[in-house]
Each structure stands twice: as structure tokens, then as C-alpha cells.
Design a protein. Structure first.
Length: 517
């Protein structure tokens, strides 16, 4: 039996081994141009480009996106009349097969959205927002909202392509995501080699992202709040919590996308509504401070107090980085979940997907930010601090979810229990969704056999334990690097293939216009 002192040594060794990897990955991915990480410039300008090219789909098609999730247009998936007017021949469809396409896929529009949202709505919304505000002050919230709003357009493009270029095997199992639309789509355009290489790099980065942001970062924050709630100061507690979470997640992910979707469609709405109600209670209980909070968000976006992060540009970058990490628009990960939807109109799922950044960043991240800003209205802690993301509250240092927990505790009795449950549910749901993303990428590289499947899942569960044992800075550094690395190959696919998205959008809108009276 391992003693506590030995366990402490194990935790420290895990953290010491992991930190150099995180630092090296961060230095490579976040190379700068003019003092700004190029990957953030790529994300922002690409999101703006797609927003303009598609005529602000984040506004124009918001209602249609909601209606698609509600099932209002389901009848066009099973229409039995003359489909010839709605068939795009270059797309390879023909009148004898198109009606069967609605049977391809494994999950409904709502299940696909719930699975993808569970992958994005995670501790980035709790710990990530707290980190952004601790570093950049209230102004970081403004840039998070802008990033979320623009990211809706990027998400629409990548998830449409995810469905358009998916593979469906003889058993009806769906394989989709950027690695498929990059390789197949660029091959159509005459760039087969570029597509193949880019798809391989994406798959590698996605596996890293599943181990990092979709896994280790989640277990890390869940461990922090569990240790705080249970007063587990004994050495080795993080490792034990990680092992327990790994067992729980392992039981769920064995069942594949159908079991994952069955879990997330129940857990995600429940936990999101519960968390939002708690935030609303705190915000409305401090009604007189709401205008001050919004005033600080807007004014300090351009005149920040937290000058330690580099003035306005620094606050902008903090906001964009945390928002992009949270909603993953541009990384392409969510298109893996959306590709499993039952539909014959790929753009239908693209519209559904644009709701993700709105739910994740514009709504949930903003609510968390308001709670923390209201909590700090009396100057409880200093924005910016020492630049590490840690702040001093009541003589103790707090970071990430710990800051949010202190804010909740100020207004809600036993909020530590509630927030711990929320963080753990957010963490588990994110991990099970990301296990699917990583597994799909693993299968793209190593084949679809059972041995490959088992190898990936064991590695994934191991990283749950690593995340629980390592410290926050190294875990989030590695997580940021892996998720943002996915942006580079994914953007190659989006820029080559966005005309395909335009074609498919027009096809879907025409079907709605003609068939739904």
C-alpha cells in the first residue's frame, strides 16, 4: 500500500514531468506577430470574415437555428414528394437515394447540440472566466462576448462541413469532423496532399486537446473544488479523486456516441439551467449593482485597470483567448459531434451549431463574469494581481474556480456544495464529449479496430489522473496549446471549402421555403 508521503512524491513527479511539456507546446503554438499571438489574430479575423461572407448568420438565422432544434423542419427530412428541385447534383445526390439520407446518423439535432455544448460548456465557463477577469479585469468580459458572437459564424461553417463530408460505415456508425472534411474536401479541390497532411496534423492536435482542455483541465478544476469542499489537505488526495473520476468517466465512454448523447442530453440542460438560476439569483439580489457591472465591462474594455496584462491589447487578448478556449469556435472539435446527426441537409446542423457559442460564451460566461464583478465591487481583490491569475482574498490566494466559489459563497448559503456539484458535472460532461472527439481522431490515424479503441480510452483515463495531480498553470498551458493548435489545420479546410457551405445553406433554405408553409 502506498503511503501518503509516497503519494505526495507521485503527485509532484507528475507535475514536474508535465510542466516542461506544457511550456514547450505553448511556446510553439503561441508564436507572436507584432506582440500578438498569430493564432488569435487568425481566429478573430476568420470569424469576422465568415460573419461578413455569410451575411451575419449569427443574427439572420438565429430563429431558424432554434426552430431546427425544436424539430419544426423535421418534415423536410422525410418528404415523400418530388425532391428533384432540391437535389444538388454536384453534391452527388440523386432522386433515388436522397430520401434515405435522413436515416444516416446516430443522434437527433438536439442530442448533437447537447453533446457538443457539453464539450464546450465546461470549467472554461467557471474557472476560465475567473482567470480572464483576474488577469484582465471586467473589460476582458466585453472581448469574450465579442469573440463568442463572431464565433457563431465560424461554428456554423465548420459544423456544416462536418456533416457534408462524414463517413458512414455499413453498421451506420458515423465518422466525421475536420480530419474528414479537410482530407476529402481538399482532394475534391485538387489539393490531396495538402489535405492529407493537414488532416493528420489536426487529428494529432485534437488527441492532444482531448487529453488537455477536454480532460486534464476539467479534472484539475473538479479536484480543486472537491478538495476545498471536503477539506482534503492530505497528500495524494488529488490522485485519488482523479482515479475515482476516471472510473466514472470510463463507465460512460465505453458505450460510444449513443450513450454519451443519452447522458449529455439529460445532464447538460439540467446543470446549465441550475447554474444560470444561481447566477441570476445573485445578479438580481444585487440589482443596483448591475448597471455598474456592465459599465465596468464596457469602459474597462478600452480603458482597463488591469494594466499588468498590457493595456487594452492585453485585456483584449485575455478575453479572446479564454472565450476561444471555452467555445472552441475555429478549433473544429464540435463538428465531430455534430457530424453524427440524422439529417440529409448538412447546413441544418450548421445552423444548430451556431447556437453553441451563444449559449456558452454570450450567456453563461457573461453570467459568471457579472457574478464575479459584482462580488468584487467593494474591492475584495485586485484585478491583474501578479500576472499569474491568482488573487488575494481574505489573506489567501485563489485561482480559477476558487475565485468563482468565493463569489458564490458571498450570496448563497452552502454555495460551496452547489458550485462543487456544478463544477464536477461540467467537468464530467466535458470529458465524456471530448473522449469522443479524441477517439474519432485516434481512429482516423490508427484505424477503427477494437485495439485502437481500447488504447485511446486507457490513455484518456490516465490523463484524468494526471490533471487531478498537476497544478493549474501547467495544465491550462498545455490545454491552451493543444486546442489552439487545432485552429491552424482546421482553418485551411474552412477557407478552401466555405463555398460548399454557401451551396448547402441555399439548398436547405430553399427546402424550408418550398416545403414548410
Amino acid at each position: 500500500m502506498i503511503s501518503f508521503s509516497q503519494e505526495k512524491g507521485l503527485d509532484e513527479r507528475i507535475d514536474e514531468a508535465f510542466k516542461p511539456i506544457a511550456d514547450a507546446a505553448g511556446n510553439i503554438v503561441f508564436f507572436q506577430i507584432g506582440g500578438v499571438p498569430f493564432v488569435l489574430l487568425l481566429l478573430v479575423f476568420s470569424a469576422l470574415f465568415f460573419t461578413i461572407v455569410f451575411g451575419f448568420p449569427n443574427i439572420r438565422f438565429f430563429g431558424k437555428a432554434v426552430n431546427t432544434v425544436r424539430g419544426k423542419y423535421d418534415e423536410i427530412e422525410h418528404y415523400s414528394g418530388d425532391d428533384k428541385a432540391f437535389i444538388n447534383q454536384p453534391d452527388g445526390d440523386n432522386p433515388d437515394t436522397i430520401r434515405d439520407e435522413s436515416q444516416e446518423g446516430e443522434v437527433s439535432h438536439f442530442q448533437a447540440l447537447a453533446t457538443a455544448v457539453s464539450g464546450t460548456v465546461g470549467n472554461g465557463n467557471i474557472a476560465g472566466v475567473a482567470l480572464a477577469i483576474a488577469l484582465g479585469g471586467p473589460g476582458a468580459t466585453f472581448w469574450m462576448i465579442i469573440c463568442g458572437f463572431l464565433g457563431m459564424s465560424t461554428k456554423f461553417v465548420e459544423c456544416t462541413l462536418g456533416v457534408q463530408y462524414r463517413d458512414v460505415d455499413s453498421d451506420g456508425v458515423v465518422y466525421g469532423g475536420p480530419m474528414y472534411y479537410i482530407s476529402k474536401g481538399l482532394k475534391e479541390k485538387g489539393f490531396a496532399t495538402l489535405g492529407k497532411i493537414s488532416a493528420i496534423f489536426f487529428a494529432i492536435f485534437c488527441i492532444g486537446g482531448s487529453f488537455g482542455g477536454g480532460n486534464a483541465a476539467q479534472s484539475n478544476q473538479a479536484t480543486i473544488v472537491l478538495k476545498d469542499l471536503l477539506n482534503l489537505e492530505s497528500t495524494g488526495a488529488g490522485t485519488m479523486i482523479g482515479i475515482i473520476m476516471a472510473i466514472l468517466v470510463g463507465v460512460i465512454i465505453i458505450g460510444g456516441i449513443k450513450r454519451i448523447a443519452a447522458v449529455t442530453e439529460k445532464v447538460v440542460p439540467f446543470m446549465a439551467i441550475l447554474y444560470l438560476l444561481a447566477c441570476l439569483y445573485i445578479i438580481l439580489s444585487n440589482f443596483t449593482l448591475i448597471d455598474d457591472a456592465f459599465g465596468a465591462i464596457f469602459s474597462e474594455a478600452f480603458n482597463p485597470k488591469a494594466m499588468g496584462v498590457g493595456g487594452v491589447i492585453g485585456v483584449l487578448l485575455v478575453g479572446f483567448q479564454r472565450a476561444a478556449f471555452s467555445n472552441e469556435a475555429g478549433a473544429g472539435s464540435a463538428s465531430i459531434a455534430h457530424s453524427a446527426v440524422k439529417t440529409k441537409y448538412s447546413a441544418s446542423e450548421g445552423l444548430v451549431a451556431l447556437l453553441e457559442p451563444f449559449i456558452d460564451t454570450v450567456v453563461i460566461c457573461t453570467m459568471t463574469a457579472l457574478v464575479i464583478i459584482i462580488f468584487n465591487s467593494g474591492g475584495v481583490f485586485e484585478y491583474g494581481g501578479d500576472g499569474s491569475g491568482k488573487v488575494l482574498i481574505d489573506g489567501a490566494l485563489y485561482e480559477g474556480a476558487g475565485i468563482t466559489s468565493k463569489a458564490f459563497a458571498q450570496y448563497i448559503p452552502f454555495s460551496n456544495v452547489f458550485l462543487t456539484i456544478a463544477v464536477v458535472l461540467f467537468a464530467v460532461s466535458t470529458m465524456i464529449s471530448w473522449s469522443y472527439y479524441g477517439l474519432q481522431s485516434w481512429k482516423f490515424l490508427f484505424g477503427r479496430g477494437k485495439a485502437a479503441d481500447l488504447t485511446y480510452k486507457l490513455l484518456f483515463l490516465l490523463f484524468i489522473v494526471i490533471g487531478s495531480a498537476a497544478n493549474m498553470s501547467s495544465i491550462w498551458g498545455f490545454s491552451d496549446a493543444m486546442i489552439f493548435a487545432m485552429v491552424f489545420p482546421n482553418m485551411i479546410g474552412l477557407y478552401f471549402l466555405f463555398p460548399v457551405v454557401k451551396r448547402e445553406l441555399n439548398r436547405y433554405l430553399e427546402a424550408i421555403k418550398t416545403k414548410v408553409k
